[in-house]
Design a protein around this ligand. Sequence first.
Ligand SMILES: Nc1ncnc2c1ncn2[C@@H]1O[C@H](COP(=O)(O)OP(=O)(O)OP(=O)(O)O)[C@@H](O)[C@H]1O
Ligand SMILES: [Mg+2]
Length: 257
Amino acid sequence: MTQTIAIANQKGGVGKTTTVLNLGLALANRGKRVLMVDLDPQASLTTFMGFDPYRLQRSSYSLLMYPEISLVRVMQTISSLVALLPGSVDLATAAIRMVQEQHPLGRLRSGLREHQFTFDFILIDTPPGLNVLTVAALFAADQLIIPVQCNYGAMHGIKAIQDIIRHVREGMGNSDLMLRGVLPTFFDRESVFTAKILADMRVLLPGQVFNTHIPFDSHVADAPHTGKSVIDYAPESPGAAAYRLLAEELLTPKATD
Ligand SMILES: Nc1ncnc2c1ncn2[C@@H]1O[C@H](COP(=O)(O)OP(=O)(O)OP(=O)(O)O)[C@@H](O)[C@H]1O
Ligand SMILES: [Mg+2]
């Protein structure tokens, strides 16, 4: 059965898109079938995968707005193991139309669930801020990963997300949604403050923080400029190693699972 994981944090620039991309490819390197879903009007994931979000005829927008459109008509096959449901700039309009015209939030969920045996993992990239697109992603997902930058104010976004998880579980009937883990990102081993923030995170959220943390690594930021993930661009780099470890952690059932 597919694991559908939303990657969300209302804070911008915390590594959501980078995580979808590199974790997705690391899982595929382990032989898993992965669908990456771009729900962000910025469409950085889509651009990175080589598509022009201004020219796409069909995107995740179509799946959110038109019940007759199925996933297979909108997704792009990247390789034998990887597919992308691209995002487009009109997702910004979708966010407004979904509220104004009261489109059901569950379309993404049912659209993805039709294919629950096609993929081992569906990773959903969400926009910064907490809007209806993030809620649609959380409603479609059974798990949530929250990337959190190891810097000042790191924990501020977490409470808002926890409130939303509660609401999606109780008010919207997706009782399956569970926090798979908080993922510390931008860990700077030169900084004593970063280490303290990571330690605080583990105390405040016992058992909910991944063992793996993603280091600040310029290879991670440079990779998109070369059209490659960090895993292919700099396989020996600390960033690539961390994303491989994260994939391994996801594939290893917890003692409590
Ligand atoms: N571990 C890292 N080390 C160095 N740079 C990183 C790392 N992770 C991400 N970056 C860079 O930081 C920037 C923000 O990352 P990313 O786009 O993944 O964040 P985001 O949470 O998706 O942002 P947004 O909220 O705008 O969608 C990008 O330029 C990315 O290349
Ligand atoms: Mg992003």
